[in-house]
Write a protein that binds this ligand. Structure first.
Ligand code: PEP
Ligand code: MG
Length: 316
């Protein structure tokens, strides 16, 4: 079965009843990008730039970033790559950005919030992304957005960066999207995602913020399960509320489990991105089912008592 999955992994995924699903890999380095491409990922749904440059002591220049992002994009050509702007803060410090002591770092100056006072390092990054988008299919993704003001501010910085790159407007091949990690964004999705090309559900953080249970803390596992029906209902809500034409993708680690991937498609997600190693198995399992079956599975999960019951349902 594993061999079959590997042999077919470079083929696109269509369910038995003809629904096209895109399966991509999350990327934290050029080496991982190449691994994902070799395993049949149809692009990257999440390039974690803070991981790519985690060892930099000083802020990388526009040229340095252009080189690395360009190489990652080239690894996936002709598929697109989604480059997320610096998602610093919480559990992810960067030496080249200042940080302040915070009582609750996960509720602090994370992601896009970290650049309000001084956007210089963000604008450099956006300029590098704009330059790469002139040659490759690229999406830019803003993390930890929680308000309309955040979205507007981020889009203004992007326009500023495009102007600095000498471009009259945004590059044609550049898609713009936001991470849905904060429940407030899910609730107001119709308004916040208006005019964007895509959204990406960050189920790792969406679970932590929905369930008020810190991610990665083993003592909280009982409370922080992304299969909690509350999280699943929110994912369903997001899929229903996304404005017409806005692609709904998900880039949290839950998408690496083939059984969970089936559930996510049943809930309405149409693009999945997770660990590169999971791509062949996820693609294989989605080929074997129909949307009708997956919707039935999703309905059962939404009505389940708890995450344990969802897991039982998935393994039946
Ligand atoms: C997420 O929150 O689900 C996500 C993909 O982002 P990260 O894990 O990098 O915070
Ligand atoms: Mg996140």
């Amino acid at each position: 079965r594993r061999e079959r999955a590997l042999a077919d992994t470079h083929l696109p995924v269509t369910t038995r009843d003809g629904l096209r699903i895109t399966v991509k890999a999350n990327v934290s380095s050029l080496a991982v990008a190449r691994l994902g491409a070799g395993l049949g990922a149809e692009g990257s749904g999440l390039v974690r730039t803070e991981a790519v440059f985690a060892r930099s002591r000083t802020a990388p220049t526009v040229e340095q970033q252009q080189e690395v992002y360009g190489a990652i994009a080239a690894a996936y050509h002709p598929h697109p790559v989604t480059i997320r702007t610096w998602d610093v803060g919480g559990d992810k410090p960067l030496d080249f950005l200042p940080s302040w002591p915070e009582a609750n770092p996960f509720l602090g100056e994370r992601g896009i919030r970290a650049f309000r006072e001084d956007p210089t390092v963000l604008i450099d990054q956006l300029e590098a992304i704009c330059r790469v988008a002139q040659e490759h299919r690229v999406n830019v993704l803003f993390p930890m957005v929680s308000s309309l003001d955040d979205v507007d501010w981020a889009r203004e910085r992007l326009a500023e960066a495009a102007a600095r790159a000498g471009l009259p407007g945004l590059p044609d091949r550049l898609g713009v999207g936001l991470m849905v990690e904060v429940p407030a964004v899910a609730v107001r999705l119709g308004r916040l995602a208006q005019g964007l090309d895509f959204i990406s559900i960050g189920s790792n953080d969406l679970s932590q913020y929905t369930l008020a249970a810190e991610r990665g803390n083993p003592r909280l596992e009982r409370w922080s399960d992304p299969l909690d029906p509350a999280v699943l209902q929110l994912i369903r809500f997001i899929c229903e509320r996304a404005p017409e034409g806005v692609v709904v993708s998900l880039c949290g680690e839950m998408a690496a489990d083939p059984d969970v991937a089936r559930l996510l498609v049943g809930l309405g997600v149409r693009e999945l991105s997770s660990t590169a190693a999971a791509v062949p198995a996820v693609k294989a399992v989605l080929r074997e089912t129909s949307l009708e079956q997956l919707r039935e599975l999703a309905a059962g999960a939404l009505a389940a008592r708890d995450a344990g019951a969802v897991r039982e349902l998935l393994h039946q």
